[in-house]
Design a protein around this ligand. Structure first.
Ligand SMILES: Nc1ncnc2c1ncn2[C@@H]1O[C@H](COP(=O)(O)OP(=O)(O)OP(=O)(O)O)[C@@H](O)[C@H]1O
Ligand SMILES: [Zn+2]
Length: 465
């Protein structure tokens, strides 16, 4: 498998540290608002990558943090007269609602900064002890001139950076590029005790601390949106490598921007749509399909028109799947012809082609083209006369490949909701002593392949295998 590494600016052979296992960290959202679909692109790319790695047989350890302490959170809390925690807790819940509806699976750990303060303090202390950090009146800074590799990730040299940097407000720093590791707290702000007095962590240090705690000193993959290369990731590398003396991440992956009229979608520009804005008009799987139809490193322009055409593309995939399911239900004919044998052979080739494309720096755009080729072939060569086995192989393959991308998953979700609703109706009927209706609903559920079990904790259900 080849992955493009921002660190070397090359597609490299991907070799995880431990064969068969991948340790991957993605920078998560600052939780002071709903996230927009630009953020969603980055989250979705990492979700799809993780699914693909799993499909290729890797055990993936995936961590995505929540930045739950930050100026933006504090300011919003002040405006609304609530605690920072109230703001961050609310938007963490909202994050999960939107992520779930986008088919983004939960990471193995979603650590919060506020729950990792001792680990953060520990790294800062190490940096200070090793001479990479200095304190001024309760603020601690990283000394970039003391770290020889500063600028390596973003391919900038220190002198250019220093010349290019604005005159800093904080005259106390040794270099204008020095960044804050620990901030002394102002009156009324959330704060924690530390060796430098009461304060809170700077932004960059959190990821160094959490990646180390949950994945180890050296991880395989670290990523985020392209805007994070500098200064966020540059600073992460500096802190982590200065503290541990080891390589922080072997592969750096950055997702291209979702743009509007060729400008990055961002909160500050006001040119954004939240996931919920889109949900009012579109099924969110359409958005997912749209995002994954482009290579993750390329910028992607967003417009409603493009989303409408993505919708019809996705519908083509759904139609094919539904058609195969219908044929399967009708039983199919026995035996298999030469034509069918050829088709079965081609199925394997489609899967190989899909893997080849995806192995080449996770090219979902080409991967999706292969899926369309498969669908065309299935639509042409599978019909009433095809054996059940072949139909089922075609269907399985289609579901397997789209599943890797988190697509064509709508139906089951709807079904789940339907089941829950039916179970509720049945409970209601039983409460009203309408046992006839209750039994009728039970039979209907059975017809859908659902088994019910009455337990002291309530009704539980499972799909009959
Ligand atoms: N337009 C975009 N396209 C792709 N990824 C993006 C875009 N905007 C932000 N991201 C990514 O989303 C993730 C979450 O970022 P975060 O919550 O810090 O938002 P943000 O960068 O503050 O957004 P904004 O730039 O709109 O203020 C990061 O990995 C970031 O790089
Ligand atoms: Zn980060």
């Amino acid at each position: 498998m080849k992955l493009y590494n921002t660190l070397t600016k090359e597609k490299e052979d991907f070799q995880p540290l431990v064969p068969g296992e991948i340790r991957m960290y993605a920078c998560g959202p600052t939780v002071y608002d709903l996230f927009h679909i630009g953020n969603a692109r980055t989250f979705m790319v990492f979700d799809a990558m993780r699914r693909y790695f799993q499909y290729r047989g890797y055990k993936v350890h995936f961590v995505q943090n929540f930045t739950d302490i930050d100026d933006k959170i504090i300011n919003k809390a002040k405006d609304q007269g609530v605690t920072s925690e109230a703001i961050s807790e609310k938007f963490i819940k909202e994050y999960f609602k939107d992520a779930d509806s986008l088919g983004i699976e939960r990471a193995d750990v979603h650590p919060k900064v506020t729950e990792n303060i001792p680990e953060i303090i520990e790294i800062i202390r190490t940096l200070q002890e090793k001479g990479y950090a200095y304190e001024i009146q309760g603020d601690v800074y990283f000394d970039v001139t003391g770290y020889k590799d500063y600028g390596r990730l973003s391919k900038q040299n220190l002198e250019d950076l220093q010349q290019g940097s604005r005159v800093e407000v904080d005259e106390r720093k040794k270099s204008p590029l020095d960044f804050v590791l620990w901030k002394s707290s102002k009156e009324g702000e959330p704060s924690w005790e530390s060796p430098w007095g009461k304060g809170r962590p700077g932004w960059h240090i959190e990821c160094s601390a959490m990646a180390k705690k949950y994945l180890g000193e050296t991880i395989d993959i670290h990523g985020g949106g392209g805007d994070l290369v500098f200064p966020h990731h540059e600073n992460e590398v500096a802190q982590s490598e200065a503290a541990t003396g080891k390589t922080f991440a072997n592969y750096w992956i950055h997702v291209g921007y979702l743009n509007v009229n060729n400008e990055k979608m961002s909160k500050s520009l006001g040119n954004f749509f939240t996931v919920r804005d889109i949900r009012r008009e579109f099924d969110l799987e359409v958005l997912r399909f749209f995002m994954l139809s482009a290579h993750y490193r390329n910028p992607l322009n967003f417009s409603k028109e493009l989303l409408i055409s993505a919708k019809s593309g996705l519908e083509r995939l759904y139609h094919s799947k539904e058609n195969l399911e219908r044929l399967l239900e009708s039983g199919g004919s026995p035996g298999s012809s030469e034509e069918e044998k050829e088709l079965v052979k081609r199925l394997e080739e489609y899967e190989e082609r899909f893997i080849r494309k995806m192995d080449d720096d996770f090219n979902t755009a080409d991967g999706i083209s292969v899926i369309f080729d498969l669908v065309k072939d299935l639509n042409t060569h599978i019909g009433e006369g095809t054996s059940g086995e072949t139909v089922s192989r075609g269907l399985e393959l289609l579901k397997r490949l789209t599943g890797v991308l988190g697509l064509l998953e709508q139906e089951e979700e709807v079904l789940e909701e339907e089941i829950e609703a039916l179970i509720e109706q049945r409970q209601e009927a039983r409460k009203n002593k309408d046992y006839e209706l209750a039994d009728e609903i039970r039979d209907r559920l059975q017809g859908l392949g659902i088994e019910l079990k009455d337990t002291p904790q309530g009704v539980q259900w499972r799909r009959k295998s």
